[in-house]
Design a protein around this ligand. Structure first.
Ligand SMILES: [Zn+2]
Length: 484
């Protein structure tokens, strides 16, 4: 197969293409399990394989994919034909940033392959979780586990040959209850990681047990709680909502294709302009954010992107100043040309496709915030006069250019003069993105930092669902409107 792919790459190059690549998926397997009120509600398994071919011809892309690898030449021809047709209408010829030809392999760290674990053990795990969630006050309980295993072989006409073996595990649980006003409330736990692997061993029994007890206890406190007041307070975001804040108002806002307008028809644009890089005060001095695809334990780490560029740790915001974006080979060239200056010296290695039959586009890797120097959660609470601690994502609404947002959280704890007082229900907060990040007044230390997994980030047309992580500390923002 590899010899045949190499021969096809040469053939299409000789037919006039300036660049050709092939992503061959020998296999991609997925298992999904959902336990609902003690019953196994869903158990799915899928397996697919195939090739995806990109051809660049006279500044235009052509793409073709097939699960039938028996006639590889036809798939390559189709991609070239598509590029030839597109070339007649191209308005901004595609150029690709330079990269090195790489021959490498990448295997995501996993001690126990989840596909070797018997189905009965997985179901028993979920049943054990369900038993712990089955407590007074809880009328609905849900537990889920998802597993992915895939092999991707990448070859291009510039001499790169990269083989990746990737295993991912996702898990979570949630409980629902009803208060005296017949309003439903929820409390959830999304699997997070502090370890250095991502196989079956990351489905940590103790982690789920502790958090099951906690979310049931917290749900019951919400069911008895008064509503969130409507006023301005300092908001202290725990990782269970801080990950979404980072995802929506840093991650999506800094995808370079969105900044250039390519996602306007679907996911939206960005308030950030090319002129802002190196100038815009995105946040306070306490904010340093990065796109780090080198964390061993996260689904946002993949060794090499689908342009064949090595995964990187890219600074996005340096002590409040906007300095970088989430980039791939094509968009950095277009951005530099449109800005008439070199903003991005090379690709940031963030071009990824969700499967062999989708084209790679710029995707978040792990969009992280560096831990700060404001101590533990307890220290931050002790130094807060009039605040609220928030956790859990219940609802979200974000401006299409990410310029403002409104989030509903699962729980809030009021803080008065350095002490937690009451729990409140229906807690919400809202703000303008730049005002909010510039009001960042405390960043927790490494003890508050954890990697929260996201397995459902949507982008692109046709839609591509992508997996990544957010390494984030506890953060406090001042003067934020809550409760409306
Ligand atoms: Zn997303």
């Amino acid at each position: 197969m590899l010899d045949e792919i190499r021969a096809q790459l040469d053939r299409i190059k000789q037919a006039g293409a300036t660049y050709v690549d092939c992503r061959w998926y020998p296999f991609e397997e997925a298992i999904g399990l959902t336990m609902w009120n003690g019953n196994l509600k869903q158990a799915s398994a899928s397996r697919e394989s195939g090739v995806g071919i990109r051809v660049l011809y006279q500044g235009a892309w052509g793409f073709s994919a097939s699960s039938d690898t028996g006639n590889l030449g036809a798939v390559f021809d189709k991609a070239l034909d598509n590029a030839r047709v597109a070339a007649e209408r191209v308005t901004f010829p595609v150029r690709l940033a330079e990269k090195d030809a790489i021959r490498a392999t990448f295997t995501s760290p996993s001690r126990i392959d989840p596909f070797d674990v018997p189905l009965g053990d997985k179901v028993a795990f979920l049943a054990g979780v369900d038993e712990r969630l089955d407590q007074p006050g809880v009328f609905q309980r849900i537990g889920g586990l998802d597993f992915v295993r895939k092999q991707i072989v990448f070859l291009d006409s510039e001499g790169s040959e990269i083989e990746k073996q990737i295993t991912e595990v996702f898990g979570g649980m949630e409980v629902h209850g009803v208060d005296a006003d017949c309003t439903s409330h929820q409390r959830s736990f999304r699997m997070n990681r502090r370890g250095d692997t991502r196989g079956w061993e990351s489905v940590d029994h103790d982690l789920f047990a502790e958090n099951a007890e906690r979310i049931v206890r917290e749900l019951n406190s919400v069911l008895q709680a008064p509503p969130c007041p409507v006023e301005d307070r300092s908001v202290i975001l725990l990782p269970g909502i801080m990950f979404l804040q980072t995802h929506e108002t840093i991650g999506h806002a800094l995808e370079l294709d969105r900044i250039l307008g390519y996602e306007l028809a679907f996911a939206g644009g960005s308030f950030v302009t090319l002129d802002d890089f190196g100038k815009l005060r995105y946040g306070s001095e306490k904010l340093t954010a990065r796109a780090d695809a080198t964390l061993p334990n996260s689904p946002g780490s993949f060794g090499y992107d689908d342009d064949g560029v090595p995964a990187q740790n890219t600074l996005l915001i340096d002590r409040g100043l906007l300095v970088g974006a989430i980039t791939g080979r094509q968009m950095v060239e277009e951005a530099n040309a449109k800005a008439r200056r070199v903003i991005f010296p090379e690709s940031g290695g963030a071009n990824r496709a969700t499967s062999f039959y989708r084209v790679p586009i710029e995707r978040m890797t792990n969009i992280n915030i560096d831990p700060g120097e404001d101590g533990t959660l307890e220290d931050i609470v002790a130094n807060t006069e009039h605040g609220i601690v928030l956790d859990g994502d219940r609802s979200w609404s974000i401006g299409s250019n990410r310029e403002q947002f409104h989030f509903g959280t699962e729980i809030g704890w009021l803080v008065e003069d350095g002490e937690i007082t009451d729990v409140v229900k229906n807690a919400t907060y809202k703000d303008d993105t730049l005002r909010f990040w510039n009001a960042l007044s405390a960043v927790g230390d490494a003890s508050t930092w954890e990697v929260v997994y996201v397995d459902n980030c949507g982008k692109g047309q046709p839609n591509q669902i992508m997996q990544l992580g957010h390494g984030i500390p506890v953060c406090r923002f001042d003067g934020v409107r809550i409760g409306e």
